[in-house]
Design a protein around this ligand. Structure first.
Ligand SMILES: *[C@@H]1O[C@H](CO)[C@@H](O)[C@H](O)[C@H]1NC(C)=O
Ligand SMILES: *[C@@H]1O[C@H](CO)[C@@H](O)[C@H](O)[C@H]1NC(C)=O
Ligand SMILES: *[C@@H]1O[C@H](CO)[C@@H](O)[C@H](O)[C@H]1NC(C)=O
Length: 629
C-alpha cells in the first residue's frame, strides 16, 4: 500500500510534468493593489498577491492602519495568549496586521490574526522573489478546522516592501494603506463569463467538502444570473494522462479511461478497494456531457441541478456513486440519456474523447488566465478567483466583472451586503419616523441613493435630502412635507404633481418641509381693509365681516349690498355698457382684435363673476364673450 501510494504520487507528478512542459508552465498570481496613503515618504502603489482563502472584497476596497506586532511576528502562535489585540477602537481605521512569512501555514497566520481582531493580514515574504499565491494546506487535518472560518482578506507582499513598512512603523509613523480589489477582475461589458474547474469526487477531504457546499449554496444565484443572460457559465474538469510507458500498468488501468488518456487520482488512494480514479473520470465526463446537452437545449443552468442532486443522491459513502444512480438523476431532470451517452462515447476505445480532449487543452492558460493547477478554481472574465469559495464572496467577484451600472439586481441584493448601513446609516439620508433610508448595501460598498417606496421614487442627493416625487408622492409620509390638522382643518404642503417641491399652502409661509406658519392676512396682506370691513385672522385663513347688510366678496376684498335686485340691475347695466362700447369701437378695434379680446374677456369675466346673481349662473359669460368676438 505504501509502495502503491508512492508510485501513484510519482506517477501524478510525472503526469503533471508532462502536461505542463516547463517552457509552457505558467501560473498567474492574481493580484490586488495595495496603496500606501501615509506617511508621505513611502506613499505609492504596490502589487500584492491575493491569498487563496478568506474573503477578498472583490469590486471594493478597504482602508486600514498597519500594525507589526512586537512579538509572535510570524503569527504562528495565538496572539490572545500574549494579550495582544488588534481590535480597532470605534472611529479608528481597521487594523491590518503585518506578519513575516515562515514557520507555519499562511492560513494559520491569518487565522491567528483574525482571532485577535485584525481586519486584514499582510504577509511579508522572507526572500526576494516574484509574488506567489498563498494557498491552503492540502493534507493537514487540523488546519481544516480553521481555514473554513477565515473571513478576512490576506495578501502577500514583497520582502523589500515589507522592510519599508516595518522601518516606517518602528520609526513611530502611522502607516495607512488601502487594499483595492476593484481592478482584480476585468469589467469590460454587461456579461460575465465564468468557469468553475471542479471535480465530482466527493471524498477528498476539506477541499471537496467546501466545493460541494459552495455548489449547493451558489446554485440559486448561478441560475438567476444564467437565466437572465447576465452570465455565461462553463464547468470544467481536470484530467491527467498516463505516460505511454505506463498505460498497461495496474495503476493506469485503474485511474484512467481511453487507454491512459484521461486519468484522475484514486479517491481513497488505495487501488485495492473503494472507488477508482476511472470512476471519477467517468462521472466527470458525464457531468460535462450533462452540461453540453443542457446547453444545446438552451438550458445550461440544469447542470447546477444535476450536480447538486448527484451529490445528495449518489454519494461515495453510500456506494451509490455509479451510472445507475446518475441515470436516475438525469431522468428526473428530464434530460435526454441517449444524447448524454452519445456525448460520453466509448471509454474503452483506444482513441481520443473529443470532450475530455477539449478539457485538457483548456487547462493550459490563455491570455490573462494562468494554467489551472489548483482544484477547485473559479475563473471570472478570464482571471482566476482567489479566496474562499463562498457564495457571497464569489458573487462579489462575479458582480465586479460587470461594467459599472450594468450589474443585475442580484448584485445589489442582500447576498452581497457589506452591512455598512448598520453603522450610522452609512452616512446617508434617512427618515427615521417613516423608516425610510437612502443607504443601500452593495458589493461595491454602501451607496447613498434615494429609495423607491411603494412605487414612489424619492429624489435628492441621497446624503442630506431625499423627497418623494411623482404621482402618489403625498401618500408616503406626506412626501416629506409639512402637514398639520387644527380644529378640524387639515393643511398640507405636499402637491401631488411631478417634480414639485414642498410648498406651504396659501395662507401659510415657511420652507414647507419642517414648518409652515400661519400668515396674518389682516396685518401682512392688508386684506379686509375697506371701511365697512372688520378683519379677524384664523389659522390658515382670515375672516372678514362687513358691517350692516353688506356682503363680503373675498376675491375683490370689498363689501357689496346683499339684495338681489340691486346686484342684478348693476350687472345688467355694466353688461349693456360694455356691449355698447364694443360695438362703438367697431372696425377701429379690428387691428387690435386679439389683444382687445383677451382684455375684454378677463374684464367681463371678472365683473360677471362678481355681479351675476347665483340664479343666472347658466349664463356665465364664456359664451357671451365668444359670440361677441
Ligand atoms: C468555525 O465556525 C463554526 C461555526 O461558526 C464553529 O462551530 C467552529 O467551532 C469554528 N471553528 C474553529 C476552529 O474556531
Ligand atoms: C453553450 O451554448 C452557447 C450558445 O447557446 C455557446 O455559445 C457556448 O459556446 C456553449 N458552451 C459550450 C461549453 O458548449
Ligand atoms: C424598517 O424597515 C425594515 C425593512 O424595510 C424592517 O426590517 C425594520 O424592522 C423596520 N423598522 C422599524 C422600526 O419599523
Amino acid at each position: 500500500m505504501r509502495l502503491q501510494r508512492t508510485l501513484m504520487i510519482f506517477l501524478l507528478g510525472f503526469l503533471l510534468l508532462n502536461l505542463y512542459p516547463s517552457a509552457m508552465a505558467r501560473f498567474v498570481v492574481e493580484k490586488n493593489s495595495l496603496r500606501v496613503t501615509s506617511p508621505d515618504n513611502i506613499r505609492g502603489t504596490h502589487d500584492s498577491a491575493i491569498g487563496n482563502f478568506g474573503i477578498p472584497q472583490y469590486g471594493g476596497s478597504m482602508a486600514g492602519t498597519v500594525v507589526y506586532p512586537k512579538e509572535n511576528r510570524k503569527g504562528c502562535r495565538d496572539f490572545d495568549n500574549s494579550g495582544i489585540s488588534f481590535k480597532s477602537k470605534p472611529g479608528a481605521l481597521p487594523t491590518f496586521v503585518l506578519v513575516d512569512r515562515g514557520d507555519c501555514f499562511f492560513a494559520l497566520k491569518v487565522w491567528n490574526a483574525q482571532k485577535a481582531g485584525a481586519s486584514a493580514v499582510l504577509v511579508a515574504d522572507d526572500i526576494e522573489e516574484a509574488l506567489i499565491t498563498m494557498d491552503t494546506p492540502e493534507e493537514d487535518i487540523s488546519s481544516a478546522k480553521y481555514v473554513e472560518n477565515i473571513t478576512i482578506p490576506s495578501a502577500l507582499i514583497e520582502k523589500s516592501f515589507g522592510e519599508k513598512l516595518k522601518k516606517s512603523i518602528s520609526g513611530g509613523d502611522m502607516v495607512n494603506v488601502n487594499l483595492d480589489w476593484r481592478e482584480a477582475v476585468p469589467h469590460p461589458d454587461d456579461r460575465v463569463e465564468y468557469e468553475l474547474w471542479t471535480n465530482s469526487n466527493d471524498e477528498c477531504g476539506i477541499k471537496c467538502d467546501m466545493l460541494m457546499e459552495f455548489v449547493t449554496d451558489f446554485k440559486g444565484a448561478a441560475q438567476i444570473l444564467e437565466k437572465g443572460g447576465y452570465t455565461q457559465f462553463t464547468p470544467h474538469y481536470i484530467t491527467w494522462y498516463c505516460p505511454q510507458a505506463f498505460t498497461i500498468s495496474k495503476q493506469c488501468k485503474s485511474q484512467c479511461i481511453n487507454h491512459g488518456r484521461y486519468c484522475a487520482p484514486d479517491p481513497d488512494q488505495d487501488f485495492s478497494k473503494g472507488y477508482e480514479g476511472k470512476d471519477v473520470v467517468l462521472e466527470n465526463l458525464r457531468q460535462l456531457c450533462v452540461f453540453k446537452v443542457a446547453n444545446e437545449t438552451k438550458k445550461p443552468w440544469v447542470w447546477w441541478d444535476y450536480v447538486t442532486d448527484f451529490q445528495i443522491r449518489c454519494p461515495m459513502k453510500e456506494k451509490k456513486y455509479n451510472k445507475e444512480c446518475a441515470d436516475n438523476v438525469i431522468r428526473s431532470l428530464g434530460l435526454d440519456i441517449k444524447n448524454i451517452e452519445k456525448c460520453m462515447g466509448d471509454s474503452n476505445a483506444d482513441s481520443d474523447n473529443p470532450v475530455l480532449k477539449e478539457e485538457q487543452d483548456a487547462q493550459v492558460g490563455k491570455g490573462s488566465r494562468g494554467d489551472v493547477t489548483i482544484l477547485p478554481t473559479l475563473v471570472v472574465n478570464n482571471r482566476q478567483y482567489r479566496g474562499k469559495l463562498e457564495k457571497g464572496a464569489v458573487l462579489k467577484a462575479i458582480c465586479s466583472g460587470f461594467e459599472e451600472t450594468t450589474e443585475p439586481a442580484v448584485c445589489l441584493s442582500g447576498d452581497v451586503e457589506t452591512n455598512e448601513c448598520l453603522d450610522n446609516n452609512g452616512g446617508c439620508w434617512q427618515d427615521k419616523s417613516a423608516n425610510i433610508t437612502a443607504c443601500k448595501d452593495t458589493f461595491r460598498g454602501r451607496v447613498c441613493e434615494c429609495p423607491m417606496v411603494d412605487g414612489v421614487q424619492f429624489k435628492g442627493d441621497g446624503y442630506s435630502t431625499c423627497q418623494a416625487s411623482g404621482p402618489g408622492r403625498c401618500k408616503i409620509n406626506n412626501g416629506g412635507c409639512w402637514h398639520e390638522t387644527r380644529d378640524g382643518h387639515y393643511y398640507s404642503a405636499c402637491l401631488d404633481i411631478e417634480n414639485s417641491k414642498c410648498m406651504c399652502p396659501p395662507g401659510f409661509k415657511g420652507d414647507g418641509i419642517k414648518s409652515c406658519e400661519d400668515t396674518d392676512e389682516c396685518k401682512e396682506r392688508k386684506a379686509c381693509q375697506c371701511p365697512e370691513c372688520s378683519c379677524k385672522n384664523t389659522w390658515g385663513s382670515y375672516e372678514c365681516t362687513c358691517s350692516g347688510d353688506l356682503l363680503y366678496i373675498r376675491d375683490h376684498d370689498t363689501c357689496i349690498s346683499k339684495t338681489g335686485a340691486k346686484v342684478r340691475s348693476a350687472g345688467a347695466a355694466v353688461w349693456v355698457i360694455l356691449i355698447g362700447l364694443a360695438m362703438a369701437a367697431g372696425g377701429a378695434y379690428m387691428v387690435y382684435k386679439y389683444r382687445l379680446r383677451s382684455y375684454m374677456d378677463s374684464e367681463i369675466r371678472a365683473i360677471m363673476a362678481q355681479y351675476m346673481p347665483l340664479d343666472s349662473q347658466a349664463e356665465v359669460p364664456n359664451h357671451v364673450s365668444e359670440n361677441r368676438a
